[in-house]
Design a protein around this ligand. Structure first.
Ligand code: TTP
Ligand code: MG
Length: 358
């Protein structure tokens, strides 16, 4: 836990910046992404605004009708999530290379543990600078980076100077960095906690840091302890690699190469029975089934079939797999391996993503 060096990266005005990149005419203009303003009568909220739009006072989550009043001359666009996701994927792939451990948070944020890549904070600053430049050169988007001894400080630091900022907070400067910041900057302190703290006479993180812990616990329970630790710059949480499940399946290498189609078919049934529970347990549906087959001479083939609809039907996976594999069973060669996989996944009603630790 000692001497960690953590980076936090956050893209600047992300949705709006991507739109400005795609359409250079929008550069330098107030671009507001969100609900349809309908000439000021629109319902719904602002997702984000370009920095030009922010000069009019427009902020994320503000009613779109209010944004319209503040800046009727702005360019109002509905979000194009597919476009932002594509940009995000490419940027994350760039950032990942700079880290020992990488944790994406949301669409435009990531934590990087760079402990073994650099020896000290000065080297970390240079690495962060190179990284920012690579994102700008390759993806034509700017990000802000914070460097600190833990995730909390790195996150607050990336937010400190924006856009295209780089803020380094060395361990010896943590206290002074935090001191003047409003308590609302601490992740988890929302408007309600802010009011409660204000009643105690606490407005800044510095005031919270020296406040009586017992009173905080009485008021907030366990969260009071954590809040006090945060205010003192303590955060031992680690950067956790997460991966998104893109497909689910199984494959099997036979002890002895197989020539009998019947054995292949029962193996397919077994493989499907083996992983099908993962789909139902996690409320996952699929659209595509693919098979893999490897002959005794290691020649390998895959084939896939996509359905018109999402399903989690077990029998369907079995039927399609057998249909796909059939033509490979006509060969005289014996089979060394078979595999079945489903992809094109849709996660439950709530669109949750499956994450796991490496
Ligand atoms: P943020 O990183 O919070 O905001 P931002 O990237 O637009 O601006 P900043 O320069 O301050 O980082 O969020 C990333 C994207 O998430 C943002 O571009 C749009 C979306 N978003 C919403 O849709 N609604 C919201 O309330 C917020 C905060 C963000
Ligand atoms: Mg951002």
């Amino acid at each position: 836990m000692f001497n960690r060096i953590i980076l936090h990266v956050d893209l600047d005005a992300f949705f709006a910046a991507v739109e400005q990149r795609e359409n250079p005419e929008l550069k330098g203009k107030p671009v507001i992404i969100g609900a349809d303003p309908k000439g000021g009568a629109g319902r719904g909220v602002v997702s984000t605004a370009s920095y030009e739009g922010r000069e009019f006072g427009i902020r994320s989550a503000m009613p779109i009708s209010k944004a319209w009043r503040l800046c009727p001359e702005g360019v109002y666009l509905r979000p194009n999530f597919g476009l932002y996701e594509k940009a995000s994927e490419k940027i994350m792939a760039i950032l990942r290379k700079y880290a020992d451990k990488f944790e994406q948070v949301g669409i435009d944020e990531a934590f990087l543990d760079v402990g073994s890549k650099v020896r000290d904070f000065d080297e970390a600053a240079r690495l962060a600078d190179r990284m920012k430049q690579e994102v700008l050169n390759k993806e034509k988007l700017t990000c802000s980076v914070g460097v600190g001894p833990n995730k909390l400080i790195a996150k607050l630091a990336s937010d400190y100077r924006k856009p295209y900022g780089l803020t380094i907070v060395k361990p010896e400067n943590v206290k002074n960095f935090l001191k003047p910041l409003p308590v609302r900057k601490i992740p988890g302190i929302g408007p309600k906690a802010e009011i409660k703290l204000k009643e105690l006479g606490i407005k800044t993180i510095g005031e919270l840091a020296i406040f009586n812990k017992k009173t905080l616990i009485e008021m907030f329970g366990k969260w009071g302890i954590l809040m006090h630790e945060y205010a003192n710059g303590i955060d031992n949480s680690e950067v956790i690699e997460k991966y998104e499940v893109k497909s689910i399946g199984r494959e099997m290498t036979f002890e002895e190469d197989v020539g009998d189609s019947g054995v292949i078919f029962t193996t397919i049934d077994r493989l499907v029975d083996d992983f099908h529970g993962e789909l139902t347990d996690s409320d996952i549906k699929f659209k595509t089934v693919s098979i893999k087959i490897r002959y005794e001479d290691f020649e390998t083939h895959t084939r896939a079939k996509s359905l018109q609809f999402y399903t989690d039907d077990r029998q369907k996976i079995k039927d399609i797999s057998k249909e796909l594999i059939l033509k490979f069973l006509q060969s005289k060669k014996k089979i060394r391996l078979v595999g079945v996989r489903v992809s094109g996944l849709r996660f439950g009603g709530k669109q949750k993503t499956l994450v796991g630790e490496f």
